[in-house]
Structure formats: structure tokens, C-alpha cells
Design a protein around this ligand. Sequence first.
Ligand SMILES: Cc1ncc(COP(=O)(O)O)c(C=O)c1O
Length: 377
Amino acid sequence: MINFSNIRAWKFKELFKNSHHSFKRSYVFKHVPSPLITHAYKSISKWKNYKLTPLLSLDKLSKNLRLNNIFYKDESKRFHLKSFKALGGAYAVDRIAEGKKNIVISSATAGNHGRSVAWGAKRLNLKCKIFVSQYVSQTRVREIEKFGAEVIRVKGNYENSLEECKRLSKKNNWQIVQDVSTKNYKYIPQLTMAGYSIMIKEISKQTNHYITHIFVQAGVGGLAAGVVAGVAKYFKRIPKIIVVEPERADCVLQSVKANKLKKIRIKKESIMGGMSCNEMSLVPWQILKKTSNYCVSVADSNVAKTIAMLKDRKLSKGSIIGGECATPGIIALIGLTNNLKAKKSLNLSENSNILVIGCEGNADVKLYKQLLSKGRK
Ligand SMILES: Cc1ncc(COP(=O)(O)O)c(C=O)c1O
């Protein structure tokens, strides 16, 4: 059984304050150009079935933690994909295609990005080839195939699937749409981040409160950098940016700590699969090394409980469907408010208006059901 006295014992794993923090809008726009951000909103807001995803209030939790507001951006309602990812890959496909009808889109994926790319290709009636490693589940493969893409399984890990994607794409003249940026591959990942930034544009219309803290989760950092790009563009006041990661995949925290890109070794995959990444994408690194105030890591142990609390109206008046990756911001916030030193350092008080990103709903239905029933025990 879950009640509020239980959450008093919740802890975060590690908290790191970024001593290189210096938020400059012009610096952010150097890495995600402002015109791309403007274009993303203009374009996506015209797509069929576009509507703002809800900005919910976790009012029961904010009352309990004595914070002014906790806003929850509910991306479970984002198009057909039940995840913010719908804004990234699909928008990049849109820009790359530029109305052409005879191109073939390709991508390598661990799951969610590939779904977005496949959906984006389907929107435009384009052929699509998605490469997955032997470790990607059949459920995820079926979700991609639902959008008409051909899924190609590659022996080995994600890197092997990316290599094969590059090889065949070069040979066949397919257009690769990846969300991870490297030294010579920045434009398409920038498009995905510009796509994500529209969450912040929507929030700027959905509340008059100044957000004081944003808790944003990270895998390779694209979501967090997209949120920062949106803040630079649309928010009058710059909130504290707190990047949250699974303790076993804390590549942003380790990179910020070392002040250089760090590749980490994942000993055991986190249940928050979309965030179980061992190395940051380059453009997000350039952005987050300057704009993140804090990095915090959390254990997997409270993920199922948080899913159940969201669903069973423990945190808010209404029921919320949040998948495993939607939980870490809430877990980190509870852990940090339980620790007086951390709470003070982050200036979390009755004046705070917190934003957490509910980045996905039950995107993996089977896993969601398992975690929900585990969390209710
Ligand atoms: C549902 C979900 N949340 C969060 C993330 C993390 O996003 P990023 O890798 O851009 O940091 C991912 C990445 O796949 C995801 O699928």
C-alpha cells in the first residue's frame, strides 16, 4: 500500500552541482538555432490531430511537499505515440523529405525514436527501414511495424545496428534520420531537439506562473537539451534546470562532473529503458554542460510505486498514465525535498513552481501493466 508517510523515506542517489553553469540564450541558439525552433512549432502545430498535451497539477504532492505548484506535462497524449518522441523523429522526417515523395527514410533505434521516425514516414507516405539490434523486444518491433516500416534485425548491439543502417543507407541512397549527434552529424539531431522544444512553447501558453525549477530526465540528453532550447526561446525567466538519470546510466552527471564527455559502462540496464544510455549525444552535451544547474541520479526501486501513485490519484485529483520514463523527475523531487541540505541548495520552498516532464504514457503496454501491479503491492 502506498501512502504519503512512505515517500518520506525516498532518497536520491547522487546530486551534483554544475560549477560551470552559465545560462545564455545566445549560447543555446548557437547549438539549436532559433529559426529551427520557430519553424518546428509552426510546422508541427499544423499537423493533423495536433493539440496541446495537458499541463496537469500534482496538487496533492505539492501540498504534501509544501511546494507552491508541481506541474506535470502529460506527453501520454502526444499524437499516436504516447510519448514526446513523436515531436522529434517525425519532425526531422518532415524537414528532410521537403515534400519529396520518392525518398526512403532509414534509422537505427532501441525503440522509441524508431517509432517516431516510422510514424513520420507514414504521415508522408514514405518508405521506411528501421534497424534494430538483437536486444530490442518483439513488442517494440511490432509497434514500429504498425506504422508500415520494414524492421531489419541486426546481430549485436545498438552500435552494430547503426553501422548496418549506415552501410545499407549509403549503398541504396536512403536518408538516415538519427537523433544522436556526433561531430559530423548535427543538423538532424538539432531538428529533433527543435521538435521537443514545442512542449515549452505550449507550457508558456498554459500557465501564468513563472516556473522556478525544471526536472528533466535524460538518456543521451536530447530531451533535456530540447527543453532548454524551448526555455531559451519562450520563457521570460530562466528556471533551474535539474537533469535526472537512472543511477546505472548517469552519463550526463558523470560528464558534467568531469567537465568533458564521458562514456560510462552500464553494468545492469535500468527499468527506465529509454534512459539507459552510456554516452551523451554531442549537441546536448554542449548545451547541458552550461545550462544544467544540477544533475541528480535515482534508483529504479521507486519507479513502480510512482507509476501506481500517478494512476491511483495519490499525487493529483485525476488519474495519470505515466510510463517508467515519466517517473524519475517525481522520484528525484521527493528525494531532494526529504534531504534538508539538498532542499536548501536547490532553493525548493513554498514559492517554488516545479515542472516535471511526464514524457511517456503506457508506450510499452505489457511493461506498464507489470509495473502498475508491482507498484500497487
Ligand atoms: C520515453 C523516453 N523518455 C526519455 C528518453 C530520454 O531522451 P534522450 O535520450 O533524448 O535524453 C527517451 C529516449 O529514448 C525515451 O524514450
